[in-house]
Design a binder for this molecule. Structure first.
Ligand code: ADP
Ligand code: MG
Length: 824
């Protein structure tokens, strides 16, 4: 191997710079962060995406750079920012690495014009490929404010051919969308700033992409960005615990997507990750997930809630903007160049703080924990009482936890109809003095009490232990199938494992067999045993693995208990196994694949069979921002491929909401999507829009590849599912599997639901021929072993040994299968 020697300075500089600033939006982000660090109250950004002439310009009215300081700009590791004790992090600002401008200067042309408020002159410095092209007084250039800076970046990646090419072929709309997102996310943290973003270089002049005047708080910025609809009622959050603080708001409305969940640590917008997930889980385990309103769309949703059986489809996600302030030494913002992923000294405590805030919000707004986990009811599942997700002990009421100073303030908008018990009540003096001023919720100028834990349970929201114990007491009687016990009691081989367990200690959530005093499992002087299906089952080594061929060559025995089809399947190791095939799950699988295939093949070939929506009267209500997104031709085009078309929205009308007329819906789902009240189609569109906004580039690439028939190279599908799973789906499903990756989640749910409801149910009698036909159809599906909702279709009961042996020596293992039919 050759000797180890240093890289040339230009190589190492370019490599480092392209790592620090890999994209245009990232460059914009660094420039804007510098403006904020400079104390700007007005920041204007121009982005020109003309191919090979890409330019970014940021103008601010901040403190400017002195003549002396300008000399150092463009050199790596030069900063004017305050560093923390360790010198590895900033204090009260974004910058601390002194890398951004130096990196830009090495991979692009950097043009800085600046003036401090104490300087009578304007100075300019121009650097390209780390070489200074000009530095000095620039009387012809003008800074409009007293002091300020204009930074222009062009010729980005001019000497990195691959990046250059990538930029030249990138989709302008996608790049612009990411630039907009950068400004949006930063603007939500800086209400006192006047923001604007312009798309430059267009025919007919620059287009204003975003404009937000100075605001008082984050809610106002939110309204300016996304309209009033989602934050008509909200709670301000101001919580402090020692040196840590949480500020921001949580809306009292919910949303169909997680788009509006903005979390900041020390004003750094953090990417979705563990903290977001913890908050989401807390909300999902509360009644917020099903009760939270969604502005004007409530009426339709409420109507629909009565008609629909699946509570999951009503799920609401919270809308929040929260900034956690931590001591600078507790966070590592240099974790990765984008600063979207941070390191924490004590992540758990940050999480606990946020969850305590969410707990308090939920408690005060009557969104208590769910009594039982809401899942789509399954005809194949015997429901067990589920344990509610426990609240964290409230920092307000539990003295052992550190005390938070909490001030949750409601908006000055009309009170929530969801909280009738609180509305209009005045704070009883006793509670006021008990809890202290910090602990009261101010609503419409009236103080109202926090639920008192000392009150009788009937008067207040129940505690978790109460809810839990009620679940235990109210457990549904379990169903008993004697024939299963008899069978299981006599067998100890095969695929279904039996886990011996003492019965004398009945346990919450134990199996359907636990409460059965069955004789067969009790021998003299032996503790009673039962089979637990819910205990972790030790994997038993068995060669009972099935393939689709196992199904197509199945020996059908007949229907059992009007629920299952008993069959003998060959395993991959040439033995055979007695199995029960869930008749509902099997038929559901067959149906759902028929529906999905039709939709996906139609999407790929752009000819989904569509039906005219209900007499032209089907209207959906979108927020103004959503309607603007929907009216983009690319978005309309993707929806049209799924069989959904609209009349172009009239964006001239005033107000927060826009009505849009649905013209067509896909025929196969018309019974649900075509309903006049339009709840399902509204949910679909509102859920799909943020996804399209985020990943339109990928969808377009996919469509190009479908039209050109080349597989796109994407790590994740549109719904964020694991890339490997999707590749597996594609491998199995071929062309229509490819389109599945981009199907709206809501459409998939509707297909699942339709398949479930139309499928053969438990209790339906099947003739032998029908059993055979169903198993045959199942064998030709792509995923025969799971139903549409992911539950197993086949339950192997016992390995019968070598298939040939069984056939040749039937007498040795004589089984009277006929008796099975009598069991029911
Ligand atoms: P950092 O922000 O980490 O200090 P940068 O390379 O981004 O490093 O910026 C280098 C220095 O240039 C900053 O420390 C700051 O003094 C100065 N600077 C950059 N942009 C501005 C601006 N818009 N207004 C005033 N000073 C600026
Ligand atoms: Mg900086």
């Amino acid at each position: 191997m050759a000797q180890i020697s240093p890289l040339s300075l230009s190589t190492s500089t370019t490599l480092r710079s392209s790592f620090i600033l890999p994209t245009l939006p990232q460059i914009l982000s660094e420039l804007v962060q510098n403006s904020l660090d400079a104390g700007a109250t007005s920041i204007a950004c121009w982005v020109d995406l003309t191919k090979h002439g890409e330019t970014i310009r940021v103008e601010d009215d901040g403190c400017g750079i002195s003549e002396e300081g300008l000399k150092r700009v463009g050199k790596r590791f030069r900063t004017s920012k305050r560093l923390n004790e360790s010198g590895l992090g900033p204090i009260g600002c974004y910058g601390f690495r002194g890398e951004a401008l130096a990196s830009i200067a090495s991979i692009a042309l950097l043009d800085i014009t600046t003036r401090t408020d104490s300087s009578p002159s304007t100075f300019t410095k121009i650097i390209k490929s780390s070489k200074i092209l000009f530095r000095g007084h620039s009387p012809n250039r003008h800074i409009s404010s007293e002091g300020g800076t204009i930074i222009t970046v062009r010729d980005v990646f001019h000497d990195i051919p691959v990046r250059r090419e990538e930029l030249a072929t990138s989709n302008n709309a996608t790049v612009m969308m990411h630039c907009k997102k950068v400004v949006e996310r930063l603007s939500l943290g800086w209400p006192g700033v006047d923001w604007s973003l312009w798309e430059d270089g267009r025919e007919g002049g620059a287009k204003n992409v975003l404009g937000i005047a100075q605001n008082k708080n984050r809610v106002e910025v939110f309204r300016a960005l996304y309209g009033n609809a989602l934050v008509q009622r909200y709670q301000s959050i101001r919580v402090s615990s020692g040196k840590r603080r949480v500020d921001g708001f949580i809306s009292l409305s919910g949303d169909v997507s997680k788009t509006h969940q903005h979390l900041y640590i020390n004003n750094y917008p953090v990417d979705r990750g563990e903290l977001h997930l913890a908050i989401s889980k807390k909300f999902a385990a509360s009644r917020f997930a099903t009760l939270a309103s969604s502005g004007k769309l409530d009426e339709v949703d409420d109507w629909n809630a009565r008609a629909r059986r699946s509570p999951r489809r009503l799920e609401r996600h919270p809308i929040y903007v929260l900034n956690v302030t931590l001591p600078s030494s507790d966070v590592d913002v240099a974790y990765e160049p984008r600063k979207g992923l941070l390191g924490y000294k004590d992540l758990d405590s940050v999480k606990a703080l946020l969850l305590a805030v969410v707990d308090e919000y939920l408690r005060r707004n009557d969104f208590g924990p769910l009594r039982a986990r809401s899942t789509t009811p399954s005809p194949t599942k015997i429901s067990q009482p589920s344990q509610t997700a426990p609240y964290l002990p409230s920092p307000l009421t539990t003295p052992r936890t550190p005390r938070f100073t909490l001030a949750l303030q409601s908006s000055n908008l009309p009170p929530s109809p969801l909280r009738p018990t609180f509305r209009g009540e005045s704070l009883p003096p006793a509670i006021a003095s008990d809890q202290g001023d910090d602990n009261c919720l101010v609503h419409e100028g009236t103080a109202v009490p926090i639920p008192n834990r000392d009150e009788p349970a009937s008067k207040r929201q129940r505690t978790d232990s109460e809810v839990y114990s009620q679940c235990r007491l109210g457990s549904r009687p379990v169903r008993k199938h004697q024939w299963i016990f008899d069978l299981a009691g006599n067998l100890d081989t095969g695929v279904l494992p039996t886990t011996p367990r003492l019965v004398s200690m009945p346990e919450e959530g134990s199996s359907v067999l636990n409460d059965v005093d069955s004789e067969h499992c009790r021998k003299a002087n032996e503790p009673r045993r039962a089979i637990s299906l819910q205990q972790p089952i030790k994997a038993i080594k068995t060669d009972a693995q099935f393939t689709k061929t196992s199904l197509s060559t199945a020996q059908i025995i007949g229907q059992v208990d009007r629920k299952y089809i008993a069959a003998v399947l060959r395993t991959t190791s040439a033995s055979s196994s007695l199995v029960l095939i869930d008749q509902h799950a099997a038929d559901e699988r067959v149906s759902v694949e028929t529906i999905l295939r039709e939709l996906c093949e139609g999407f790929g070939s752009n000819n989904v069979c569509a039906t005219k929506a209900a007499d032209g009267e089907q209207m959906i209500v979108l927020t103004r921002a959503e309607a603007e997104q929907l009216s983009q031709p690319a978005v309309m085009g993707v929806l049209r491929r799924w069989g959904i078309t609209f009349k172009p929205p009239d964006l001239e009308t005033e107000g927060d909401y826009v009505q849009v007329q649905v013209e067509h819906v896909p025929s196969v789902l018309a019974s649900r999507l075509g309903r006049k009240e339009a709840a399902e189609i509204t949910r679909l569109v509102r859920g799909y829009l943020p996804v399209l906004m985020e990943r339109m580039g990928e969808v377009e690439a996919m469509l190009r590849s479908v039209d050109g028939d080349a597989l796109p190279n994407m790590e994740d599908g549109i719904d964020g599912r694991n890339g490997l799973v999707q590749q597996e789906e594609e491998r199995h499903c071929g062309d229509w599997g490819r389109a599945m990756r981009f199907m709206p989640k809501e459409m998939l749910e509707l297909a699942n639901s339709k398949a479930c409801r139309g499928a053969i149910m438990f209790g339906d009698h099947l003739t032998y021929e029908q059993c055979t036909r169903l198993v045959d159809q199942l064998s030709s599906t792509q995923f025969p072993f799971i139903c549409a909702h992911g539950r197993p279709v086949i339950a192997p009961l016992v390995v019968l040994g070598d298939a040939n042996t069984i056939r040749s020596r039937p007498a040795k293992r004589k089984i009277d299968w006929g008796k099975w039919r009598d069991v029911a």
